[in-house]
Ligand binder design. Structure first.
Ligand code: GSH
Length: 190
């Protein structure tokens, strides 16, 4: 298997954590620079991660996780776990928009529909995730926990959220620092 991605993307990190301890080749791409043609030739959606397994090419971390779950004969996620993933993805996608806007020199604190919607979405979804952590929904190291870890650690790495009132999320991250693959995939070490 070959995984195309980058060392900073939270969506790629979740896939690398899912693959921790298994043999695969990781291809680190500069998708906004010299490797953009490689991305163009592999994924028309122009996003990472992309997984190649033999003749099969898959886009999107959630689809890749379903494929790997079947390949390694792991139980499917429950509907509650699917909902957790949807909330994690909502916060993650909204923060990718805010981050890209910031990098484009746009004031993301401005009172405009696009940014108001993203800010409301991250506030609501992170609060929900903090409540779910407190309720024990992330007590086991499984795919939802891997995705939550990748999101929280990326927000911290990029300094996108101050986590005031959301300490349950940073405490969850700190409790899981020793899990398989975490140190090797830390974006600060690359
Ligand atoms: N739903 C996708 C989201 C992937 C995604 O947004 N990846 C970002 C990197 S963190 C990306 O490729 N962004 C490129 C772009 O937006 O142009 C997944 O789960 O794989």
């Amino acid at each position: 298997m070959k995984l195309l991605g980058s060392t900073t993307s939270p969506y790629v990190r979740r896939t690398r954590l899912l693959l921790a301890g298994r043999p695969y080749e990781f291809v680190d791409l500069a998708i906004y620079a010299e490797d953009r043609d490689v991305l163009r030739s592999h994924n028309p959606a122009l996003r990472i991660p992309v997984l190649q397994d033999g003749d099969l090419t898959l886009f999107d971390s959630r689809v890749i996780s379903r494929y790997l779950g079947q390949k390694f004969q792991q139980p499917a996620l429950s509907w509650d776990e699917e909902n957790l993933l949807t909330v994690i993805d909502a916060a993650n996608d909204a923060y990718v928009v805010l981050f890209q806007a910031q990098r484009s020199g746009i004031d993301t604190q401005q009172d405009s529909m696009l940014f108001n919607l993203q800010r409301e979405r991250v506030e609501k979804s992170l609060k929900e995730l903090a409540d779910k952590v407190k309720a024990g929904a992330f007590d086991h190291w499984n795919y939802p926990s891997i995705c939550l870890y990748s999101l929280i650690d990326w927000l911290d790495f990029r300094e996108l959220n101050d986590f005031k009132g959301l300490e349950a999320l940073t405490e969850f991250r700190d409790r899981n620092r020793q899990q398989p693959g975490i140190a090797e995939t830390d974006p600060r070490n690359t």
